[in-house]
Design a protein around this ligand. Structure first.
Ligand code: ZN
Length: 86
């Protein structure tokens, strides 16, 4: 599972696209920089310590969610199975 890194910018310099699919995440703002390339992506906090990415294309087509946990989001490189660092 890859970890998406969002740009560290003020809201005014972020993409203004909003998640187009109806549901609890409808209207979530894209977290990428303004005029970015590729798909829009928003980080949605589902519950404390649990986050989910929602992704959609510039044409408004919603892609399957990328699910992740806060634990994964904090580590740049998740430990390899069988070689965990304690
Ligand atoms: Zn965007």
């Amino acid at each position: 599972m890859s970890v998406h890194v969002f740009p560290d910018l003020p809201d005014s310099e972020l993409c203004s696209a909003t998640y187009p699919a109806l549901g609890p995440d409808f209207g979530s703002l894209c977290n990428e920089a303004d005029k970015h390339d590729g798909n829009h992506i928003a980080l949605v906090v589902v519950a404390p310590g649990y986050r989910r990415y929602v992704v959609w294309t510039p044409a408004g087509e919603v892609l399957p969610d990328e699910e992740t946990s806060l634990a994964h989001a904090q580590g740049q490189t998740p430990p390899i199975e069988g070689d965990q660092v304690t």
